[in-house]
Design a protein around this ligand. Sequence first.
Ligand code: ADP
Length: 431
Amino acid sequence: MPPRVLIVDDEESVTITMAAILEMDGYSVATALRGDDALSQIAKEEFDLVLTDLRLDDFDGMDVLAAARRRSPNTVGIVLTGYASLESAVTALREGAYDYMLKPADVEELRATVARGLERRKLGQQLRERVADLEAANRTINQLNEGLQDRVAQATADLQAHVHELDEAREALQTSYEQLQELDKLKSQFLSIASHELKTPITAMSGFVQIAVRRIKRRLGAGRPTEADWKKEEETLLEQLEVVQRQTAKLARLVDELLDVSRIESGRLELQVADVDLPELIAEVMRRHELIATRHQLRLHYDPDQTLGVRGDRDHLEQALNNLVGNAMKYSPEGGAIDVTVARAGEQEVEFSVGDHGIGIRPAELARVFGLFYRSPDRLARDVGGMGLGLFITKEIVDRHNGRIWAESEVGQGTTFHVALPATVAAAVEA
Ligand code: ADP
């Protein structure tokens, strides 16, 4: 497409001449003799170059240029002026016209000025295109950069997450390692305590059995005793046999505990579930302990109007109670009251507690006493025999009943163990 040129001048001879010259140079030329005609042509199409007289009859030539540039900002404006208005030509240049020519225009000057103007327009356009290309490239680079930053940020976050996971794994490993070490230590302690615990009754029994054997042999050698001697010897023998009987029972208990732990550890602790009347079971356990209690008063508290039944394994619940009442007596060597309370707790639970006035448990140990093999390092607690299995077994039994067990204690004041079990009948139903 040839460049479009508009020539505006109120002298027709000027427009015709100029148009002819420029058309010969290959431009497509339009002409206007009046400002308003020029404006309407500009409204219809875009011109690459507008040549206008500064002083038209009806218009200021600058207004024509302004209209052309509003329509298309790249339009090159050239003003035509006589000598008289050279000053206004300078103003026109300041206001954005590209060049000016004095009338009458010289042919070569006209051709050169128009060609220069159009060349400049082309260069300007190329420059703008380059700038646009550069801007587009810049945007692409920015996008790439942002993408890269995103990926770096993502990779950094991933890495941090991994480091965090590793840290956690390391901590977990460290904890397990410490737990294993602790368990290993407790196990060695347990082995020495267990052998001691088992050895003591065996030593006592074998001592008493040896003496009894010797006595019987001596009697057999000495012949029939008198009635009085016989009675005395039988009484001594009976006393010794009773000691042996007590030690046998203790041994049996220890072995039972070991068997229970082994069953728990291998997941073979079986429950025979039935309705259990807790106050009745507790009273029975307490009666048995009362028989051997010399320093303690065992007291049971409950409201006979409450339904205090649970679903559970009677034998194992009895074992749990035995452990708690037994411990309460063991760890209150000075004696005192042992209070066993059973009552409803909330709508769904029955709670019993066993409280003593004994040596107590330090706060740091309150949760640990339920651990396997755990025995307090406290000297007062160490003085009392035990293998550190009772509370572990008790907690396991309570857990298997979907219950909870916890202890409250004050050193030197006493300890209360609490056990909450799901009630057979919800409190709301009972009412
Ligand atoms: P054992 O009595 O055979 O050592 P347990 O598992 O029954 O084992 O108890 C673990 C530890 O908890 C005991 O060694 C003792 O330190 C502490 N403990 C248990 N019951 C009481 C209690 N009523 N008062 C004070 N300490 C207790």
